[in-house]
Design a protein around this ligand. Structure first.
Ligand code: PHE
Length: 515
């Protein structure tokens, strides 16, 4: 396939904006502030910064550089370095696919709340009723029972969510080029509005103190380190097939060292801005102790109680509610379409499929699967799948990918590609090598084992996350993980059979004459 038909970024800023749009997502809006609250504010920020330097930046640059050099999605790119690495590419792709499936369900809930934000007006002064709004709209049971309960409004919003995702990527980069800036500028605008409101509320000083002033004693807590490193991983959208794809649409003369630094800093900035909003709003409405509990489901229940206590005026509160959920909408959209684009690029490049058809089919398949999460038991299952995707699959893909590239390929070649057009800032070799060869595989391995031990401690010999049924853990956890890591071998079997019938798979190689 020629380069032009694979798609290309309209400009340097489009690539940067699309990558920031992928990086900033729901993770910035509620995971990051919750982790700050849990781990002593500034202490978490400090370790998070260390994690960006030690792992985030080098790995982000590495993925973009390999994608650009190999001109292919994650499977083609990794397989091009060494055929044996291809299953790692498939593991990243299938894990990304599962993330896309449940992320779309959360996205649908965000749309549902956005469209219902007018309901906050009459609920002003009744926090309990506002907190119950999401549950009554989605009819979720928060347990692994209630499969037969269906909320039609949620189903409708899920259709809207997928339509929005498909619209943004239906023509690959041609359509992303048009929407990239909105998925960054709009959320920043909304966050800025909410931050102004937040810092003018009572107890704002105390909130900012909690957020920024470190409590160094917390550094001794290993969970803080795991959470910070995992959050960097999740937030920068690495090991998710995305950055290979986005890198593959880049021009050879782009400056990866500089661009990736801008992307990581912008992501950090938006996380901190979102934390200022969350901390000041929650402190200002007397919910200070609830910041740490914000998460996938909790935000939908806890934050509305703050919304209806913001001011005395119902209309103003409803307006803030809308701004908040609209902000989440724009944040989630850029991430959701990027992950599908990553999966679609991986498939289209590997099997020489027509990209737009591939994207459409993937949206339909993932869309149908995501329907499951809208049933009563959906949130509980989502919790299990989310936990497994992030605490196990993502980390294991990270271990394999860094080991493969660090020890099974030449890091010097990758580094040269990263620094190809670097001007004032070059990524030094010691930094890159220490990260890719030693720190990343070692730390990620440790985190994986730690998470596994935690799982067995809380869930007994079956390794079932507490509170949820064995079935959900076996299927949504272990089963899904097995599919992710077996996917490369399953695909190989299928390809082998098709090859006998004349199918020729695409293969690229790192061409050393191209220097
Ligand atoms: N960086 C995203 C976030 O913080 C993570 C993500 C990316 C999730 C792409 C899904 C798809 O929300």
């Amino acid at each position: 396939m020629s380069n032009s038909s694979r798609g290309a970024w309209a400009s340097r800023s489009t690539f940067i904006l699309a990558s920031i749009g992928s990086a900033v997502g729901l993770g910035n809006a509620w995971r990051f502030p919750a982790l700050c609250a849990k781990h002593g504010g500034g202490t978490f920020l400090f370790v998070y910064l260390l994690a960006i330097l030690a792992m985030g930046l080098p790995l982000l640059m590495m993925e973009i550089a390999i994608g650009r050099r190999m001109r292919g999605g994650v499977v083609t790119a990794l397989g091009g370095l060494n055929k044996k690495f291809e299953p790692i590419g498939w593991a990243a792709t299938s894990n990304a696919f599962f993330i896309a499936v449940y992320y779309a369900a959360v996205f649908a809930w965000v749309i549902l709340m956005m469209l219902n934000s007018w309901q906050f007006a009459p609920l002003t002064g009744s926090p309990a009723a506002a907190g119950a709004l999401w549950t009554s709209l989605t009819r979720t049971t928060e347990t692994t029972s209630g499969y037969g309960i269906i909320s039609w409004p949620t189903v409708g919003c899920l259709v809207l969510a997928w339509a929005a995702i498909w619209l943004c990527i239906r023509k690959g980069t041609d359509s992303i080029n048009k929407v990239a800036k909105y998925t960054v500028l709009l959320p920043v605008l909304c966050l800025a509005v909410m931050a102004v409101k937040g810092v003018t509320m009572p107890r704002a000083g105390e909130a900012l103190h909690q957020l920024f002033v470190p409590q160094w004693a917390q550094l001794a807590d290993p969970k803080l380190w795991i959470d910070a490193f995992s959050q960097v991983f999740y937030s920068l959208s690495i090991m998710m097939a995305i950055m290979f794809a986005y890198g593959s649409f880049l021009d050879r003369d782009s400056n990866i060292a500089a661009d990736a630094t801008v992307i990581a800093l912008a992501d950090l900035f938006i996380s901190v801005l979102a934390s200022i909003v969350m901390f000041t709003t929650m402190y200002g409405t007397g919910l200070a102790d609830k910041v740490a509990s914000l998460g996938m489901g909790a935000t939908f229940k806890v934050y509305p109680t703050a919304i209806v206590s913001l001011t005395e005026s119902g209309i103003v509160n409803a307006l803030f509610g809308f701004v908040f959920f609209f902000c989440l909408f724009t944040l989630a959209l850029g991430s959701a379409f990027s992950i599908l684009e990553g999966v679609s690029t991986a498939f289209a490049d590997k099997f020489r499929l027509e990209k737009s058809r591939c994207t459409a089919v993937l949206c339909v398949v993932a869309g149908v699967l995501s329907l499951f999460f809208t049933c009563g038991a959906g949130l509980a299952w989502l919790d299990v799948v989310d936990n497994w995707c992030n605490s196990f699959n993502l980390i294991l893909v990270g271990v394999l990918e860094t080991l493969a590239i660090g020890w099974g390929f030449k890091t010097a070649k990758v580094l040269k590609e990263i620094n190809r057009n670097a001007k004032s800032f070059h990524l030094p070799a010691w930094w890159f090598n220490a990260s890719v060869k030693i720190l990343s595989p070692l730390l990620l391995c440790l985190f994986f084992v730690w998470n596994l031990i935690t799982l067995f401690q809380s869930g007994g010999i079956y390794g079932a996350a507490a509170n949820y049924s064995l079935l959900s853990n076996l299927v949504g956890g272990w089963g899904m993980m097995a599919v992710v890591f077996a996917s490369g071998f399953i695909v190989r079997l299928v390809v082998r059979r098709k090859t006998k019938k004349g199918f020729v798979e695409s293969h690229v190689a790192w061409d050393d004459t191209e220097e």
